[in-house]
Design a protein around this ligand. Structure first.
Ligand code: ZN
Length: 147
């Protein structure tokens, strides 16, 4: 049996305390908003896509430790990445947090700190919020945001 304390591992607490890439992006080419009504997490994700690469990424918003840490780690992972790799990582992350708890999950390095949400179905949305915002922003490739 695990409890909520296991969920808040050191890496999650650290990213919550000192979120990376936590600021608006003035010259963003894409953005998307994420809202998780179950928990009240809100975030805006900004991307600067240059050709097929994510040149820069940032986010702002307010939410629980899990949502903020997940957004922080996600931006760290996809910054400088080809768009195709970011899409792939989205799929792998989604698979990790939705895999039944009695099954093995793929090791996603630091992101594996968030695998614990599998045991807390209400928190899965917190962990995946930023990733869905990333996907939404990337899927609207031809749209330049006016926000
Ligand atoms: Zn939350």
């Amino acid at each position: 049996m695990s409890d909520l304390n296991d969920l808040y591992q050191e890496v999650i607490l650290d990213h919550n305390r000192r979120p990376r890439n936590f600021h608006p992006l003035a010259d963003a080419s894409h953005s998307a908003e994420g809202y998780n009504p179950l928990c009240g997490d809100r975030l805006t994700l900004y991307l600067k896509v240059d050709g097929n690469r994510i040149a820069d990424v940032s986010f702002e918003g307010a939410g629980c430790a899990i949502s903020k840490a997940s957004a922080s780690m996600m931006t760290d992972c996809v910054k400088g990445c080809p768009v195709a790799d970011a899409n792939l990582l989205f799929e792998r992350f989604r698979r990790m947090v939705t895999t039944p708890t009695d099954c093995e999950v793929e090791d996603l390095g630091k992101l594996s700190a968030l695998a614990g949400v599998r045991e807390f179905p209400a928190r899965v949305k917190c962990a995946s919020l930023a990733w869905h915002a990333l996907k939404a922003a990337l899927d609207r490739k031809d749209q330049t945001t006016t926000e």
